[in-house]
Design a protein. Structure first.
Length: 591
């Protein structure tokens, strides 16, 4: 058996004749050249409930789909000639070697699915061994190996299954935190569609579902302590019962995906809380005043923030937090802390009295009051680590002293804010709006907006529909190339780089519900999946965006085949004709 090395960080060699091109690209993959290997009914040689269940799902997918890759990579030697055809897969003969089992060896069967768990694996298919051999430090690495294997085993076109060449893979993620954020507060997303997104996460080797549960507009979660909070759900049909939430957590865990809940406080808080005690929230009956900015109370309708000075606020926050902590088992819990609007607190008699007691107090002191009184509540759950949006540290109304063990999620000002957070010693999750916000570029959702009443194409200024809160403030639309080409550790020192623990692509739901959530997330989030799993550069430091092209186009078809309704990226002609739709014929145009 002859092997020719192809690391996905290097150049295409023998694999140019191989249709299989898994996403995310493994850190190291070596293809043989001795011909196809037949895959017969694979028996799992392993005893572990979670691994066995995962294998049963993977094998069912393999045998049901009888997958045939839809896109292939053209040989490098064909550049810069215009590609007009793609290589055909070799077909196995009856005499070809066959594999009949999957041997899985795991070092630590008891490793929990928490931040930093080892997700590495090796996978080998040999011409001389009638078994697929997988080794992993933990069950979660084995699950990733199964996900890769699902893309390696394809139809032979005659009712059988093959792996086109012997293959060796050594694989592990670059970052421990790799995910998406979905928002079920602005519009309700059904459990069925949430589970669909988890399927996409698992197939992409993304391991975090950040669930922004509520917002000022609605409270969809059933609470043991305060059943009345769901009076502010959109309807009795748009509520997550405790069983619903536990189902999502269990479904995700079985697929190697952590669920990190977010209750966004003290900002973005009206619905639900007001049903417990109207004094807990302030400015809920104000006009949000985007038209008179000096009086504004919220960045979007509807206003509402928790009253930071009212004592009962903390009693209710603690009970809600404890209720949700019994449901969500992850060691991370996100508690918001973004976009506090100072004018909202002009409506609170408690805050105004507090300011009157000491005229030297500022809104920064008010934010610090929240940190001093709320963080001890959040620390009350054993082995719990808190996440917050960066605003609590970097906004105008920031707190003076935010504990450094709180994970910051960076969404504004791109590299500048990542640098500020990591240099200050905060572990940081990157979600820069200019690169990773998946809801951007669709225009604004607020109505009665005169900026659209223009009889010429807008020029992008705040006076027209591309700018301001009434337009798409974070336009343009973030394409998969925009996401994949983001080098978010640029200009960081070595010690600062260590504080970047990963990235998330958020999808805020002002214009998203069950109908389009999968289209908006996929396959763009899969580009992020590769970025944070194996990176966007080859071993020589060159961008491999063009190598991702066919891999991602094929993966989009694979997502759809697996029931994840991913959006089309190109005319299908581009998928069938590698690089025929490139803007530049020069394949080194992206450096």
């Amino acid at each position: 058996m002859k092997f020719s090395v192809l690391t996905t960080l290097g150049a295409l060699t023998v694999a140019s004749a191989v249709q299989v091109n898994p996403l995310p690209a493994p850190r190291n993959i070596t293809w043989g050249s001795s011909g196809p290997i037949r895959v017969q009914e694979l028996k799992l040689e392993h005893q572990s409930a979670i691994v066995t269940s995962a294998w049963n799902r993977a094998w069912k997918s393999i045998t049901t789909l009888q997958w045939v890759p839809a896109a292939v990579e053209a040989p490098i030697s064909s550049y810069p000639a215009f590609p007009t055809s793609t290589p055909n897969a070799k077909r196995a003969t009856p005499e070809a070697p066959a594999v009949r089992s999957v041997q899985v060896h795991i070092a630590d069967h008891h490793a929990d699915l928490q931040h930093g768990v080892d997700e590495s694996y090796t996978l080998e298919v040999s011409q001389h061994v009638p078994a697929i051999r997988i080794t992993a430090k933990t069950p979660w690495g084995a699950l990733h190996a199964f996900t890769t294997l699902q893309q390696l085993v394809i139809s032979d076109g005659k009712g059988g299954l093959i792996i086109e060449q012997p293959v060796k893979i050594q694989d592990a993620p670059l970052y421990p935190h790799r995910g998406i954020m979905i928002d079920t507060g602005r519009n309700f997303i059904s459990v069925r569609k949430i589970l669909e997104q988890i399927d996409g996460l698992a197939l992409s080797k993304l391991n975090v579902l950040h669930w922004h549960l509520d917002d000022a507009q609605s409270w969809p979660m059933e609470m043991r302590s305060y059943p009345e909070m769901t009076k502010d759900a959109y309807s009795p049909r748009e509520i997550y019962t405790e069983n619903d939430m536990r189902r999502v957590v269990a479904y995700a865990r079985a697929r190697g995906v952590r669920v990190i809940p977010e209750v966004d406080i003290p900002g973005h808080s009206a619905s639900g809380w007001q049903q417990v005690d109207p004094q807990i929230v302030t400015c809920t009956n104000s006009w949000w005043s985007n038209d008179v900015w000096e009086h504004h109370t919220a960045v979007e309708p509807n206003p509402g923030q928790l009253d930071i000075i009212y004592n009962k606020t903390y009693e209710v926050v603690e009970n809600v937090y404890q209720d949700l902590s019994r449901i969500f088992s992850d060691s991370f819990f996100h508690v918001g802390a973004d976009e506090l609007q100072a004018n909202c607190y002009n409506f609170s008699s408690h805050v105004m009295d507090w300011f009157a007691e000491d005229p030297s107090r500022t809104y920064n002191d008010l934010a610090q009051y929240w940190i001093d009184h709320a963080v001890p509540i959040f620390r009350g759950v054993e082995n719990r680590r808190i996440m917050m949006w960066e605003d609590i540290v970097l906004s105008t109304e920031n707190a003076h002293d935010v504990p450094k063990d709180i994970v910051m999620q960076s969404w504004n000002n791109g590299l500048e804010n990542i640098k500020k957070l990591t240099s200050a010693g905060y572990d940081t999750v990157v979600s820069s709006a200019d690169f990773m916000y998946l809801d951007c570029g669709h225009g604004g959702f607020v109505t009665n907006d005169p900026r659209y009443n223009e009889q010429s194409n807008p020029d992008g200024s705040v006076n027209f529909n591309y700018g301001g809160n009434g337009g798409s403030w974070c336009a343009p639309y973030k394409t998969w190339q925009r996401i994949y080409d983001y080098d978010f550790t640029t200009n960081l020192t070595a010690s600062e780089v260590k504080h970047v623990i990963g990235a998330e692509a958020p999808l805020w739901s002002e214009q998203v519900d069950d109908i389009n959530i999968s289209n908006e997330l996929w396959p763009r989030a899969a580009a992020l999946g590769e970025l944070v799993w194996s990176g966007n550069r080859d071993k020589n430091g060159h961008k491999r965006t063009n190598q991702l092209t066919q891999r991602l186009l094929n993966f989009r078809e694979y997502l759809v085949a697996n029931g994840v309704l991913a959006n089309a990226l190109v005319p299908k002609w581009c998928l069938k004709n590698p690089h025929g739709c490139d803007l530049y014929q020069n394949q080194t145009a992206i450096a």
